[in-house]
Write a protein that binds this ligand. Sequence first.
Ligand SMILES: Cc1cc2nc3c(=O)[nH]c(=O)nc-3n(C[C@H](O)[C@H](O)[C@H](O)COP(=O)(O)O)c2cc1C
Length: 328
Amino acid sequence: MDLTTRYLGLTLNSPVVASAGPLTSKVDNIRKLEDLGAGAVVLPSLFEEQIQQEQQLIDRLATTGADSYAEALTYFPTVESYNIGPAAYLETIHQAAQAVDIPVVASLNGITDQGWVQYARQMEEAGAAAIELNIYFIPATSNVTGREVELRYISILKAVKQAVKIPVAVKLSPHFSAMANMAAQLVEAGADGLVLFNRFYQPDIDLAELTLLPNLELSTPAEIRLPLLWIGVLSGRVGASLAASTGVESSDQVIKYLLAGADVVMTTSALLKHGAGHMKVLLDGLRTWLAARDLTTLDSIRGRMSQRNIADKTAFARANYIRVLQGY
Ligand SMILES: Cc1cc2nc3c(=O)[nH]c(=O)nc-3n(C[C@H](O)[C@H](O)[C@H](O)COP(=O)(O)O)c2cc1C
C-alpha cells in the first residue's frame, strides 16, 4: 500500500505528522517516530519571547496545569527541558536532520515581524526542511481591529518568506471572521501550507479558590469538527498544502481529515497520551481501512468528502439545525 503524500512540496512516506509538542523536542523520540512511520515531525516552537530572553509565555506553557491536574504531570515538560533557547534549538534541528530521513520542520512562534525573523534563516541553515509559523496572537484589546490582526499575520509571513528558501506553513487561529478569505490572503502572501488549526490555551475557573486555571487539557476527537469543516471547504480551492491539526485520537480522525482533503494529519495530544508507539496504531488503522475497501493509495480518498466533491454543497456552510431537529 502506498501512503506517500505531498506536503509543502516535499514527499512524505506517510500522511501522519507528529506536530509540535514535547515529544518532538528530543532527537531520540524523532528517530523513534520515523521508525514508527511518521511522515514528518514538527519541533516545538522557538518562541519570540525566548529569542528576546523573555520567558513569561513559555514558563506559563510549561508549568500550567501541572499542579491542578495530576494526570497532566506526565504530559508536561519541565521549563528547563522545553525552553531550550535559540542556540540549543538550532542544535536540535541540526542533530535531528542528521539522524532521520523524514523532513524535520522547525516552528517559529511570534506575534511581531521584528527581531526574531533572522532565526528562520538560521533554522534553514541548521537543516530544517520547512518552517511552521505558529502565530499565537490573541487580540484581547478592543482597539485592535480584525483587519489589523489579518495584516499582522501577513506581515510576519512575508518577513519569514523573504528570509528563507525552504517552504513555510502558517499555523492559523480558528478565529478569523472570514476564514476562506484569510486563507487566500496567506497563500497570496506566499504560504506554502496552512495548518488548521492552532489550539489556544483557554483558562478555566477554580470554584474553590476563585483563581484562573490556565491549565491545558489534551484534545478530544470531538474537536476535529471545526478543522474538518475548513479543510473540507478549502480543499482544492487554495494553492497551498493543507494540514489538519487537533483532535486526532484514532485512525478514524485521520481518515476523516483525509476524506475532507487534508494533505497531512497532525497529532500531538494522542502521542502524549499513548506514547510514540501510537503513531503506528494510527497508520495501521488507516491501512486496514483502505485495504477493506481495496484502496491502495491516498489519492483515492483525499478530498472525496470535500465541499467541492460532494453533491450537497450547502452541507458545509448552512446552519443545519432544522434538519437535525426534525430527527427528534
Ligand atoms: C504540551 C503541548 C505543547 C505544545 N507546544 C506547541 C508548540 O511549541 N508549538 C506549537 O505550534 N504548538 C504546540 N502545541 C500544539 C500542538 O502542536 C497541536 O497543534 C495541538 O495540541 C492540537 O493538536 P492535538 O489535538 O493533536 O493535540 C502544543 C501542545 C501541547 C499539548
